[in-house]
Design a protein around this ligand. Structure first.
Ligand SMILES: [Zn+2]
Length: 150
């Protein structure tokens, strides 16, 4: 398994540990690696669905330490929040990450489009690493989104 897959596997592990405790929100895992390949931080979605995993992972590290680094996220980082908080895609851009690996896309209207936003900010995106595992983890979430969205 490649180093990238190992980091994503860890992110999935974190997400699975929180599964069932995040309310309506999917349980997401996030691992952040600095530009030298050192693990800086990791997190999963908080109890009840907040904070989001990326938000928690980025909150734990010194400002500037993730510049040029890589994030591994099990689900597409949100484009927009239902509250007026900054979205995860915005936070990843602000942290200066160079590369984001995403296991699978978010079909939710507020989540979807985060990938485009990251790409527009010049971040390199890699979609689909360990996607099958992620799709399995989010099967119920995907089904609930599909039933809500006309
Ligand atoms: Zn988010």
């Amino acid at each position: 398994m490649s180093a990238h897959a190992l980091h994503m596997q860890r992110a999935l592990e974190l997400a699975k540990l929180q599964a069932g405790r995040t309310g309506q929100n999917p349980s997401v895992g996030c691992v952040i690696i600095d530009r030298n390949g050192q693990r800086l931080s990791e997190a999963a979605t908080g109890d009840g669905g907040r904070p989001h995993a990326e938000q928690l992972a980025l909150a734990n590290i010194p400002v500037g330490s993730a510049v040029g680094g890589t994030a591994y996220v099990t689900l597409e980082p949100c484009r927009q929040r239902s509250t007026d908080e900054a979205s995860c895609s915005q936070r990843l851009v602000d942290a200066g990450l160079a590369h984001v690996f995403i296991a699978t896309r978010d079909p939710h209207p507020l989540g979807s489009g985060g990938m485009t936003r990251l790409r527009e900010a010049g971040i390199e995106i890699d979609l689909g690493i360990l996607r099958e595992d992620a799709d399995q983890l989010y099967a119920d979430f995907f089904a609930s989104v599909a039933s809500e969205t006309p």
